[in-house]
Design a protein around this ligand. Sequence first.
Ligand SMILES: Nc1ncnc2c1ncn2[C@@H]1O[C@H](COP(=O)(O)OP(=O)(O)OP(=O)(O)O)[C@@H](O)[C@H]1O
Ligand SMILES: [Mg+2]
Length: 258
Amino acid sequence: MALLEVNNLALSFAGLHVIKELSFTVEEGSIASLIGPNGAGKTSVFNCLTGFYKPTGGDITFNTKSIVAKKPHKITQMGMARTFQNLRLFKSMSVLENVMSGMHCRSKAGPVGSVLRTAAQQREEAEIKEFCETCLKFVGLLDARDRIASNLAYGDQRRVEWARALATQPKLLLLDEPAAGLNHDEKQQLIELINKIRDELTITIFLIEHDMGLVMKVSEKITVIDYGEKIAQGNAEEIQNNPKVIEAYLGKEEDEIG
Ligand SMILES: Nc1ncnc2c1ncn2[C@@H]1O[C@H](COP(=O)(O)OP(=O)(O)OP(=O)(O)O)[C@@H](O)[C@H]1O
Ligand SMILES: [Mg+2]
């Protein structure tokens, strides 16, 4: 079953067509990737999926419901979480507080309740804290929970974002360039973590990535876009041997296929 279905998605800014009639699906329980040269429109696709951008055409169905006009927090509530291409942590907050900030969409206590702090709300907060600690443990950062987020190494800060996304209890996790800036060992750990999230938490994963070695290792299905258009779709072997993909990447120095 398709957990995510994108049909004829279109997006333009002042006449510039960033996404053109794009259609693809992400199967429930799979690890899928969206690749393409710089500026192809990958992050814009994520921004449409998560409600940050309003598409100019097409439809997006998530878990059998259309989400195309929904607000970002509503889409998070429905079970879609993301990490960003550039780190977006609250720098002066602790690691645990950053993870807890991701859970506000699930918290029942309103502003009045937060001030009065009834016994029920205190219990809820304790449960949230405990669950966030479980998420930190899952990404291997429990020991760092009380440290100020900006004091962590870059790779660890990225994992705080992962824990924050996991804390929203998503069905689908979108990762925008998760390997960017990571060293070789951290990339290996990343591959393990991606597989562990899918296998142990049964969360579907859809990632954007320029590291082709990583993409080919983890992805069951790869969608390739160039200038906002789908140029290929298939498994690692099919994509690596696709002449259109090779052509799209030729002359684009940062990306190497194979
Ligand atoms: N808010 C915006 N306003 C105007 N143009 C935009 C906006 N967001 C994206 N674009 C344009 O859309 C195109 C695709 O950008 P996008 O960031 O989606 O590419 P990308 O595939 O994620 O690239 P990269 O691999 O470099 O991250 C670019 O030409 C970009 O300038
Ligand atoms: Mg991008």
